[in-house]
Write a protein that binds this ligand. Structure first.
Ligand SMILES: [Mn+2]
Length: 310
């Protein structure tokens, strides 16, 4: 971790009375855990600060609400943006109106929108960076801060299975455990599933098509998922049924929603983002999104994916 930037963050938090924390649109647990965990750390270690966490939440957590945030306060505030690679994805319209911006992130650098940018693209989660920063600054980490941070670590690392997991990941996990994370509780809060989602996954997996080259895919539309009465997020679980299977080298779902055909691509080894870009999408090397105009385009998509496999 860049020592100067780590110290700068500490100094800026001390300097500003009002601190706003923002994350990316459609937050995941790393975004929310980073934002809330950092808010907990600031509240516990830098007395008397006014802290707002802005943007959407993934659950019913309502701590650090921002409904009292005025334009005037905003103009004097420090904005810390977590887990967000580029300015367009910041879930806070007024971000440019803040006094200074400090970015903390673990994505590949595409946009240095911060006045300061603490970025480590070798970190598996943004909460990993925040945890190691807190340790370096010798901050007190409350059980609540530890829980919020741990949620980002365990989800962004795929429960410590993804290839970007390194010794720092376990170091961060160890720090958080020592500060009171209740693994059983976190497990229940993150991974307990609704029966209907499991039933949907069973149904969807039965629609799996596997090509001889190892492309697995599932195509579903409203007539498939409507009877299950699911949120769109839950429908997307069809994708995960195909991961971790030897014979399936690249897998994707096509989900028809509002007359659009949304594609989610995954692979263990092949850079599917190259293909995603050719089909109106993009994303990470091994996890991308795309769109096809209709199902007649599917053979082209499959051909492009098969070309990745050598
Ligand atoms: Mn993340």
């Amino acid at each position: 971790m860049n020592k100067l930037l780590a110290k700068k963050l500490h100094y800026l938090i001390k300097k500003y009375q009002t601190i706003i924390i923002a994350k990316h649109v459609f937050p995941d647990w790393d975004a929310q855990g980073s934002a809330l965990g950092l808010a907990n750390l600031i509240q516990d270690n830098y007395k008397g600060k006014t802290i707002y966490v802005v943007g959407e939440r993934i659950d019913d957590d309502s701590s650090f609400p921002s409904d009292q945030l005025t334009l005037e306060a905003l103009g004097k505030a420090l904005l810390i943006v977590v887990d967000t690679a580029n300015a367009e994805r910041i879930d806070f319209e007024n971000f440019a109106g803040c006094q200074e911006i400090f970015k903390i992130d673990h994505h590949l650098v595409v946009d240095d929108y911060g006045n300061y940018n603490l970025v480590d693209d070798t970190a598996i989660a943004c909460t990993q960076i925040i945890t190691l920063w807190a340790e370096k600054m010798k901050l007190k980490i409350s059980p609540l801060a530890a829980k919020n941070l741990y949620k980002g670590l365990v989800t962004d690392s795929g429960r410590f299975l993804f290839s970007g997991v390194n010794s720092q990941t376990f170091q961060a996990a160890s720090i958080l455990m020592e500060n009171g994370v209740d693994l059983h509780q976190v497990q229940n809060e993150l991974y307990l599933q609704d029966l209907k989602v499991k039933q949907w996954q069973n149904y969807a997996f039965n629609k799996l098509v596997l090509t001889p080259k190892g492309i697995g895919y599932i195509v579903v539309g409203p007539s498939d998922y409507q009877p299950f009465n699911l949120e769109y997020d839950q429908v997307k679980n069809a994708l995960y049924t195909m991961s971790g299977i030897k014979e399936i080298k690249i897998w994707f779902t096509v989900i028809e929603v509002d007359q659009e055909f949304k594609v989610s691509l995954r692979s263990r080894d092949y850079e599917v983002n190259q293909v995603a870009r050719k089909f109106n999408g993009g994303g990470h090397k091994l996890a991308s999104g795309a769109k096809v105009k209709n199902l007649a385009e599917l053979p082209q998509l499959i051909k492009a994916l098969e070309a990745l496999i050598v």
